[in-house]
Design a protein around this ligand. Sequence first.
Ligand code: MOS
Length: 719
Amino acid sequence: MTIGAPVNRIDGRLKVTGDARYAADYAVPKPLYGHLVTSTIGLGTITGIDDAAARAVPGVRAIYHHANPLPVAEASAFFGTGGRSQQSWQPFARPDVRFYGETVALVVADTILAAREAAKLLNFEYQAQDPAAVFRAEGTESEALPDRGLSAGDIDAAMETAAQVVEQDYDTAANTHNAMELFATTAQWTGEEVTVFVPSQWVEGFQAGLATELGIPPDRIRVVSPYIGGGFGGKGTLFTWTSLVALAARALERPVKLYVTREQGFTTASYRAETRQRFRLGAQADGRFTAFDHRGDELSSRADTYVVNGAEATARMYHADAVRTEVTCVHADRQTPGFMRAPAETPYYFALESGVDEMARKLNMDPVELRRVNDIDAEPVDGAPYTSRSLMECYDIAGEAFGWSNYDPTIGAFREGDELIGWGCATAAYPTQMSPCAVRIHMDITGKVKVSVASHDVGTGAYTVLAQAAANALGVPVDGVTVALGDSRLPPGTIAGGSISTASNVTVIEQACASILERLGTTAQEMNVEQAFSEFGQNAIEEYAEWVPPAASEGAGKSLYNGRIRIVGGAEEKYVAFAFGAEFAEVRINRYTREIRVPRLIGAFAAGRIMNEQTARSQYLGGMVWGIGHALHEATEVDPRTGAVMNDNISEYLVPVNADVPHIEAIMVPETDTIVNPAGIKGIGEIGIVGTAAAIANAVHHATGIRVRKVPIRLDDLL
Ligand code: MOS
């Protein structure tokens, strides 16, 4: 009944009236304020620190740096090696500077202004070296990761049989998280226990990471993050300042609050790494793909091997007689990158879907028909069947809404006045991943239900959707259900990342609700609360349930991006699970100025059971809008001489604004998947962004005849 219904967000009012508390909003008694100081060289050593002037600022309480460090017990392991942290090292351990903008000091004072003033007066002397901070710099180190590559069939022989080959390089830029909410931490000790308010997509992971860094048991750490002002990967891992703030609060015996400034967020937090991809695709004259070869180089820090390896997903998209993928981590003098919405698929599907469009041109085929010819029921690497795959339904429905039957492939066919009009399309896909999770559900005789789980609402609608799930499963109205999220004291939940949380949480909620109904001796359809409880003989009932995805491989538990996309399984047989979509873009390019506009973007997506049409649509639209940014706007510009980020603010780091998004439409294609998980749900948080950049790039080519093989596409690429 309530499933699928466009229920308004139950937290919407709290958010728009300012009643929702974010990490920096918590009122703690007599707080001190921290301010970070970051390095002004890109590589080298700190040779001296003059803090006399800074210490003289009234209200300064402490200045921490490598010569006066905070007692970090141990750096929490890097998430790429199964840990919870963004990077493998803590600041202040050594006088080394590993990249521009690295945290080199923390000033704590009575007021924010005093802390900032002192930070400004803190004088660091450095011995600087030339950093190798970008792909083309001398001195980067390439680390091949042969275990991460895929191989099936004889790639060279399959390439030989091809009538047409597309062989091209595609580059994607670094992108930086610029959520509305700045990074922050508030830490408050009560005796030996600490409460940490921090924007987090993963309170449990943060708690475990902090236990390592603080050297105390996790049960003495409470991590609180009920609301997040934008996340999508940026708040999925623990950052180094959180334990510094907690340790400073312990040392100074006062709560400490820290905001990380917008500029500092560019160099101390997470970001999407730049990639350089080599893509080779062979096809027979009828369009059938013979050979698929996708290799990616990804930039990371010196210390950490972080790769997203999106070819694991691109290789499983279409028919191919032979497949080969490779990934190489290129170590540079940069901070460790991390998750950003569809971390793997966004950059790699730009290459895949641009390359497929190039192949359609070579074969003189309609690009939709080329995808139809290569549509499959089982992926070509291991031959594993999809749990469900509605890709071509998505193309048909989005294509009809877009008017694709009027497509004329001739370059420049659609010119109107001074505008060159182009149409393009691309596939979107995102693997369905799940995580073990638990839930506690309390129901009383008045029909009130409380759902508690240490999962998260990163702004996606989880509060609402989980309430709908419980209401539906118990046969009670949704407005009687409250949901508690984002607190490490709640039953263990999933990370809100990898589009895993709805499928996992709804599955476990439905399990717990089934137990409640069983104990009450009723069903959701027959639910009469008062009668059920009077027969039960008690005024309230509580159930705790845990769920582990059936094919959760060893270690898959809480470790997201463990290098395998096939996390899900049915009872016996192994499947691959993806959500699919098709996006169509229209671009208009001024023939003189080459200004690029996207007046229309239409996507259709199939992702199993949809819990709430309204919040789901917002997810798709948000992803597509970010995709416009990925295609045309966003790039973190690094000065190769210094390693400094040159556009570390939101006036120069371009993101799409309302004027950039005139008409955008997301269509939900009904899909029933009885295999993927008991709830029949695939994730939808990320897929919206995946196909957008290629659809736009393909449209730019159709309008101009210019194939831009990198994002962002800027007007100077079309001159
Ligand atoms: Mo998402 S990048 O997994 O928060």
